[in-house]
Design a protein around this ligand. Sequence first.
Ligand SMILES: [Fe+2]
Length: 247
Amino acid sequence: MTDQTRRQLTSSILAGAGLCALSGMAIRSNAIASDRRAEFLDVLNQIYDVSKMLSTGKVSQLEWQSEISRLVALADYREFKSAIDFDKAAASLRFAEKGVATSRVTLPMAHGLSPTIYTKLFAVGKGRAVIPHGHKGMCSGHLILDGRMRSRQYDRIETGENSWRVRPVHDAIEGAGDFSTISDDASNVHWFVAEEDSWTLDFIMAPANTGADWTIQNLDMAAAIMLGEDLLDVPTIGVADALQKYG
Ligand SMILES: [Fe+2]
């Protein structure tokens, strides 16, 4: 992170702290069951601020990943659940027969600013999956709100029309409160398999930079060819086939 970027982030953090007193008025209609409501709203403001900086190119995608991970860790995942009225949202979102069901959810806008990032609730029934896929031109963060999932991530090394070369970087069983991110810079390909009924809150920047192109490519991980230690050549796959095979 450059000194200038660090100063910008610091000033946005200080600005957020200074405006905390105003935030209660701005979001009175949003119920957050927390005795540290102002602190939580300040975390949200900082997420919005760094996301706006990403959209205008003032921070890199890698810096956004680092900063949003730090910010999400400052809050309790149950505060995010409360902020989106999770029980009600989850009850109205039926699991998909294959893959995931999603719905847009809204977090408070503590300073009355438009969010620079949009949020979605993902419902993944036991045995279902966020099918293996990679991205170009976007960033996202994934906070597990409930359940247990196997989370795998890969770095995108090279992309072709028929296959992507990727390197495994993460494979773990994760539960409520665990958070992961993707971007063009790191951990670009990901794959979640629900070991029990699970829900995630996704923070999505698509495109990462305003006006840029972005795409999603599904990958046939089971058909990957090992090219060497920690390097896989993975065929691309269409969404219908991918859902049938992995969803
Ligand atoms: Fe994704």
